[in-house]
Write a protein that binds this ligand. Sequence first.
Ligand code: ADP
Ligand code: MG
Length: 692
Amino acid sequence: LKWDTELKSVDPQKQMLQAQLEAAEKRVKSIEEVRKSLPIYQYKEQILAAVAEHQIIIVVANTGSGKTTQLPQYLLEMFDRQAVKNASLSGKMVACTQPRRVAATSVAKRVAEEMGTKLGHKVGYSIRFEDKTSEQTRLKYMTDGMLLRELMGDPSLNSYSSVIIDEAHERSINTDILCAILKDHARANPDFRLIVSSATMNAQAFSKYFDDAPIFNVPGSTFPVHINYTVASEANYLAAAVTTLFQIHLSQPIPGDVLIFLTGEDEIEAAATNVEETIRKLGSRAPELIVCRLYSGLDSALQLKAFEPTPPGARKVILSTNIAETSVTLDGVRWVCDPGYEKQHHFDSRTGMDSLVITPISRASAAQRAGRAGRTAEGTCLRLYTKHAYYSELPESTPPEIQRANLSSVVLQLKSLGINNLIDFDFPDPPSPDVLARALEELYALGALNDGGSLTSIGRKLAEFPLNPLLAKCILEADRLGCVDEVLTIVAMLGESGALFLRPKDKRILADSARSRFSSKEGGDQLSLLNVYNSWAESDYDPMFCKENFLQYRSLVRARDVRDQLVKLCDRVEVAPSSAVSDHVAIRKSLTSGFFANAARLARDGQSYRTIKNSMTVWIHPSSTLNETRPRFVIYGELVLTTKEYMRNVMPIDPLWLNEVAPHFFKEGEIEKLGVGKKMPKGQGKVGVDGR
Ligand code: ADP
Ligand code: MG
């Protein structure tokens, strides 16, 4: 790969010395001393004094300053002191919210260590499908979504003395909503305290939103980072990233870890395999290179590997999603490789289409990524794009998620929190009215809202599930049709379908033929996923079964965990287990009752599809079971935009089911007009919406 300037690295002698110094410091420093050496420690008393005076403050500091690990501990100390005088505060918890699961779990582990307690005792975490807290927990790291869910159960928020909304600059939908709800909560509860913590951007806007809350700026020392750009643009950034890694590894002094930003699990796993192969080929010709992965679905033992100190003489490469941009702190990174992309949700309110798109990052993100190379010493950031592209193709900043995503989940949650008037809701940045209208329409079609826009009994049940309401609807319909067991499996598997099927380069034919043994032409990808899971269960959840069939064991384990949690949830909303092993129609109908809006019909060309609702052109993804058969009518799980709008997880349907499961969504006669043939007798189309 050609770079615009020569790769600059710190003088090896100097780097060696620096590393030895760091290591020596680490050895002698007790945890207490490490805590005291963090930039935020200098400001502890000032911050606490401000918290005593103001209900809401904003704290701004660089990544690694100690916001996430220290602020909650400071608050806990403060409230414990106050509880001596004010008994109503005693035993209350401090919550610290994170937009990302990995941040919540890894930081909770670190802080438990700092406080000398077992994880889950005094310090715990709570993320979707996993709760590691107990009666004794006083400090709770949690995803922003989990705190919102807790608010649904207990709007009084009585068990919390204070909340830290961390990583507020990320502007996740849930964080935005929490800001609004907690702002309101603070007004009614004078003892309650809120800290909004953020990396450098956006502080002014937050202060203004929170009625001119004071801003605390914690200066932090960072080291210079040299930025390199490529001379020409790179068509394949994944391959380029791996090439870059070995350029560094084989020519630059050790120590100095490398951090590579990729867009998701699939890319990370592909790159990891590629790197591991290359290491094997190089053998003893190259110094030791340790490969670490960091993404949200990864099991926690493997996650922790990225945080462990690199052994002397070796180099670590961390393949990470955006998680490593600001949410977690990695010591020892001297090299950042930034391809300049991330995965973003894009919602088109005109068509109602929600797709996950690999999108160029913003210049603000690029700066954060580069900053990761200069945390503990001078570093280098290698951008896999040209300087020209940086200025002409990267936007200044990314709009908040609430302005570019489908909002039906959020609207359902707000409604179940009793917030009915969404137009006047105090959003930090309001979503577009079109998108809100779309969400209401979708919830109405699902039977979650009545004509007046209030929650129905179905809506209340849907809100209980920590799932996209479409998926929750499939489960409720399965209850009606007697196939809950199967639909739960499919719902859990849909979340894992992205990286489930392995296709090693040299074994493609074997892998494809293994996969075809699970395929169901009649039931499409959804029923094929069910076959995979059931066969795995029959093997007694054997890892060898996965190996033989080219399946990602981790994905299946995760699907099983999610499924177990869903079974428990079903019990709570009185959905009893039921099974219809051989009744594929019941299973497919249940799925159609959630995904009816994603229905498409084969176009005249016999290749592409048109969505029934908007006549948009879409295509079956080449990886689909149905890629060759191409049935006349299908529904899909999601759209992915790469070279075309591809439908993933595609399943054949009988179009008449659409009238049956979503009578209000399609116009009178709209389905019959498609040339479906026999008409349904009047009145018979209205099943599946009882309880409205
Ligand atoms: P911030 O939230 O301001 O980005 P953190 O509170 O996450 O900063 O981190 C503060 C310091 O704590 C880091 O500089 C690092 O030295 C240490 N630290 C954080 N997480 C871990 C961890 N998992 N293992 C070891 N040290 C950690
Ligand atoms: Mg942090």
